[in-house]
Write a protein that binds this ligand. Structure first.
Ligand code: 13P
Ligand code: SF4
Length: 303
């Protein structure tokens, strides 16, 4: 029986390929990756990649699409066709057009967790790592924002601007699983623990958090904070990286079942097949890509 990790490393060399993996990927996938990060870091890395001919993007659809948009000369592969972010499906182009007609003066800011066609309709994109900076960079006091309702609320609190959510209730099914009661119980057992949560969590979860940030921002926070125990309110895949980077610290998930099934579709087997058979290539029609690229590049010019 072949050792899949070794075979993947061999194929990477043969095909001049790199693997970019999101922080939520399975531990064994993170181990074969060339780079692990949050959505902004992975987009930046894909955009700046010069030498590789193939980028295997081990994450979900919208992240691989952004890579293909930002670096159109590379072959970008999504190892699993079904790895789609449900939140990204919640915002349609029609809904954006209707909102634009209703609020013609309000700029449209879209979370990168959107499909390329939606990005093509917005003024600027953002991620959970830079949403506040992106909104603050706009002169307007009223902004259309989608699809995550929780991130919209968080940004409204931080910027004091009027944020109109698009759609009304866009959400991440995985982050919705976190409940503050679980944090209270964990804090009874670990009173010294520091609580970190992703801004896709509910406002109730944000209230019990010591730190709110993107997945990679949580990694930086955990490294720099002297605390020994952390309660983590995001998808459980991040725990692998947190534990690896901080072996002397303890990381507890705020909810045992917090798994993004879509992210977890990328197995070592599928990554091996993806490299070997060069599938599934991500293709974005140039007319859409051109407009979406503008919105992504504008985001990079802010942060
Ligand atoms: P990050 O950009 O924080 O990694 O978040 C991406 C995501 O999909 C969170 O659910
Ligand atoms: Fe989408 Fe939520 Fe999965 Fe992130 S964790 S990819 S937002 S479903």
């Amino acid at each position: 029986m072949k050792n899949l990790s070794t075979e993947i490393q061999k194929l990477k060399k043969e095909k001049k390929a790199i693997i970019l993996a999101h922080n939520y990927q399975r531990p064994e996938v993170q181990e074969v990756a060339d780079y692990i990060g949050d959505s902004i870091e992975l987009s930046r890395k894909a955009m700046q990649e010069k030498t590789a001919e193939i980028i295997v993007f081990s994450a979900v659809d919208f992240m691989a699409e952004s890579a293909a948009i930002l670096n159109p000369t590379k072959k970008v592969l999504l190892p699993t066709l079904g790895a789609r972010c449900p939140m990204a499906q919640m915002l349609t182009v029609d809904e954006i057009k209707r909102a634009k007609a209703r609020y013609p003066k309000a700029p449209v800011v879209l979370y990168v967790n959107t499909l390329a066609e939606a990005k093509a309709e917005c003024d600027v994109c953002c991620t959970s790592a830079n949403a506040v900076e992106v909104i603050n960079s706009l002169k307007a006091d009223t902004v259309l924002f989608g699809p995550d309702r929780n991130l919209a609320q968080y940004v409204a609190e931080k910027t004091g601007k009027t944020i109109i959510p698009l759609p009304e209730y866009g959400f991440c099914p995985t982050h919705l699983l976190f409940q503050p009661e679980d944090v209270t119980l964990l804090k009874q057992k670990h009173p010294e623990a520091v609580v970190m949560v992703h801004p896709e969590c509910s406002s109730e979860m944000r209230k019990v958090a010591d730190f709110i940030g993107s997945t990679s921002k949580m990694c930086t926070y955990a490294k720099e904070n002297p605390a020994k125990t952390f309660i983590v309110g995001t998808e459980e895949g991040l725990l692998h990286r947190l534990r690896k980077e901080n072996p002397e610290k303890q990381f507890l998930t705020a909810y045992e079942g917090a798994v993004c099934p879509n992210m977890k579709l990328n197995t070592l087997d599928r990554i091996y097949t993806s490299l070997k058979e060069e599938k599934y290539p991500v293709k974005v029609p140039e007319a859409v890509a051109k407009k979406a690229r503008k919105a992504l590049e504008r985001m990079f010019s802010v942060s």
